[in-house]
Design a protein around this ligand. Structure first.
Ligand SMILES: *[C@@H]1O[C@H](CO)[C@@H](O)[C@H](O)[C@H]1NC(C)=O
Ligand SMILES: *[C@@H]1O[C@H](CO)[C@@H](O)[C@H](O)[C@H]1NC(C)=O
Ligand SMILES: *[C@@H]1O[C@H](CO)[C@@H](O)[C@H](O)[C@H]1NC(C)=O
Length: 615
């Protein structure tokens, strides 16, 4: 350590930074509790106060030394996102609630208790009109999500590289390719244009009335640039417009901004001055989606941070598209202050306004958005407030549709979360599998929709199986399963009963009693790819997650798991795959990996110090 100090001081020529960096190494190693994470926050804040560059350089060095990612991934991610983290750290107390929320992301603190807030809601009218099914022929709607088209996908490059996405030519790519990128896609890679075209053909042939797309056009690159984002959004919409005769109603995903997940909130107006502003995303979406939405909706998109509402043609159904990235725990701008803002950018107020209008007009509504409200990475506060809206408008909302997790899932909301029973179930969210084959076979859903109630009567999932020997010649999207046929066979369901919250609750009861039924669900979730065995504890947690459209109730307590993981002889729960799939590589993700490596003793402080010196 002594040698390190001397050399460090000589090379950096700053005693302050030397000492602080020494503290940082110590704090990373000690970060196994929530309290220790707050101590780490003190040190990181101290570094951030020396300037953005100090934080960027320190975190990048730690990333490389702990091999959290490849060197170029460390550099790129931290260069892009580090300045936002530095700003956040300068603006908050290391011991406050916001700091605890940051520590939750690195899995060391639980999310703080809910900040009680009552969403302003108009009282329901006495005579809300609730249409009943006339038993008419259902119509079809396609649900696609998380396409992540990689415009730099290159056939023949390495598909099993060490970076967050492969199948690209990187500066450090070697010429000996072990597993070459296929013509239509590879596991570990995002969607090539060829697979996207194949998808569009299948969607067009499905005979659907319209498409809902729940976000994430842009590939999972760790250093997206504004020009690239705009090009990705533009190309995707142009191709879709050319390929599909039906309208498409889309939502904004967390990858639709540069840096990824970076959507400054209107509570931090100074964000504009820093050069960060996501308005370009909303402006682009407003013009790109204009062929499918009317002028009112296109204006809403610009002025409500990417949210809008439309009546689906020929229906009495209002589709309300919400930009949910302000409820996402990796949008660093949420943490820019110690003050807690219940409704960043007024997305909930917008939802209430549109739902109230639907209720008054005797319409049904569908909510489409990117973040599933019950997901572990949806902030507890915002999820709790959104749940109040779900409860209030339960008779108007006929469907909730989300993406982001890349997994084929559902989440049930209850009138009373203390009593999660079939009788108490009030709503269900449909979460679409990803189109991108990164970590699972690409898939999409086709719903059968009752034309009077707009309830979902069935969902057919189509999969392009990368393990199919013909996949590299011409992918086929085969019918994988029908939800009504497979799950309906497990519980009694009358032909006229929709696949609503009560039905899905009964399915979860069947899962509890029957391992085979439950295992079928986990296979479906991943489309048969790399299905990890799920033991009794995992099963319990998974079912709890299905019974939670409110994230505070999903049974995921990261800090407990992190502590468990550090006990000798236990296997840490592997959240790496989850984070890699939906979030891309972020600066906090890197810190979490570095903390893991340091605190478990995989990388010693001395090694790290020497590493820093030699670079
Ligand atoms: C767009 O559609 C909504 C819902 O039908 C309607 O209220 C609004 O007037 C329409 N706007 C335009 C410009 O046609
Ligand atoms: C894909 O094909 C493989 C190999 O034939 C098979 O084991 C797997 O079940 C298939 N997956 C799906 C989703 O059809
Ligand atoms: C977690 O997943 C990553 C990526 O799939 C893998 O490399 C790693 O070995 C896994 N860790 C554990 C403990 O299973």
């Amino acid at each position: 350590m002594y040698l390190f100090r001397i050399l460090f001081v000589l090379s950096i020529a700053s005693l302050t930074l030397g000492n602080i960096f020494d503290d940082l190494l110590h704090d990373l190693k000690a970060a196994i509790t929530c309290g220790a994470c707050h101590t780490l926050a003190v040190t990181l804040k101290g570094i951030a106060e020396l300037g953005d560059a100090a934080l960027v350089n320190s975190v990048a060095a730690v990333c490389k030394a702990t091999k959290a990612e490849d060197d170029d991934v460390c550099e790129g991610t931290v260069q892009e996102q580090g300045p936002i983290l530095a700003r956040v750290l300068r603006n908050i107390s290391p011991f406050g609630e916001t700091s605890s929320k940051l520590c939750n992301i690195v899995q060391l603190c639980d999310q703080p208790p809910i900040n009680i807030y009552t969403v302003p809601l108009p009282a329901p009218a006495a005579d809300i009109r609730i249409p009943t099914s006339q038993g008419r022929q259902p119509f079809k709607v396609v649900h696609i999500s998380d396409v992540h088209v990689d415009r730099q996908y290159l056939v023949g490059t390495e598909s099993e590289c060490t970076k967050p996405i492969c199948c690209r030519k990187y500066a450090d790519s070697t010429s000996d390719v072990r597993v070459p990128a296929g013509p239509f896609g590879s596991y570990q890679c995002d969607t090539p244009d060829s697979l996207l075209n194949s998808l569009f053909k299948q969607v067009e042939a499905s005979g659907s009335a319209f498409v809902i797309f729940t976000g994430d056009v842009v590939e999972g690159m760790w250093t997206p640039e504004v020009g690239e984002i705009l090009n990705d959004i533009n190309t995707f919409n142009d191709e879709m417009l050319g390929a599909l005769q039906m309208p498409v109603f889309s939502t904004i995903g967390n990858h639709e901004a540069a840096p990824a997940n970076s959507f400054p909130t209107s509570d931090t107006p100074a964000a504009d001055a820093t050069g960060y502003d996501a308005q370009y995303v909303f402006d682009a979406a407003s013009s790109e989606w204009a062929p499918w939405i009317n002028a009112t909706a296109a204006e809403q998109l610009k002025h409500h941070s990417g949210s809008y509402s439309v009546i689906a043609p020929g229906t009495n159904l209002r589709i309300i598209s919400l930009n949910t990235v302000y409820w996402y725990n990796l949008n660093l701008w949420i943490y820019d202050s110690d003050e807690q803002h219940p409704d960043p950018n007024g997305i909930m107020a917008f939802a209430v306004q549109e739902l109230q209008a639907a209720e008054e007009a005797g319409q049904k509504a569908w909510i489409i958005g990117h973040m599933p409200p019950g997901a572990p990475d949806t902030l507890h506060d915002q999820s709790n407030y959104y749940d109040q809206i779900v409860q209030r408008y339960q008779h108007t909302i006929a469907g909730h549709f989300f993406g982001h997790s890349h997994l084929d899932q559902f989440e049930i909301a209850y009138q009373d979360y203390e009593k999660r029973t079939a009788d108490n179930a009030v709503a269900v969210s449909w979460i679409a599998p990803s189109v991108t084959p990164r970590n699972a076979n690409g898939a999409f859903k086709v719903y059968e929709v009752d034309p009077d109630t707009y309830d979902i009567m069935d969902a057919h999932v189509y999969v392009a199986n990368l393990s199919d020997p013909n996949f590299d010649t011409e992918p086929t999207w085969h019918l994988y399963y029908s939800a009504r046929e497979t799950y309906g066979a497990l519980v009694d369901i009358a032909p006229s009963e929709p696949l609503g919250p009560t039905f899905w609750h009964r399915v979860t009861e069947k899962f509890e009693a029957d391992d085979e039924a439950f295992n079928m669900y986990t296979r479906f979730m991943q489309r048969d790819y790399d299905v990890e065995p799920c033991d009794a504890g995992c099963k319990k947690e998974t079912i709890c997650g299905l019974r939670a459209m409110r994230s505070e109730d999903n049974c995921v307590t990261d800090s407990t798991l992190a502590r468990e993981a550090k006990k000798p002889g236990t296997t840490p729960r592997n959240s790496t795959a989850y984070y890699d799939s939906c979030e891309g590589t972020g600066v906090l993700h890197i810190l979490a990996k570095a903390i893991g490596a340091m605190s478990s003793g995989q990388v010693s402080e001395n090694f790290l110090a020497l590493y820093v010196l030699t670079r």
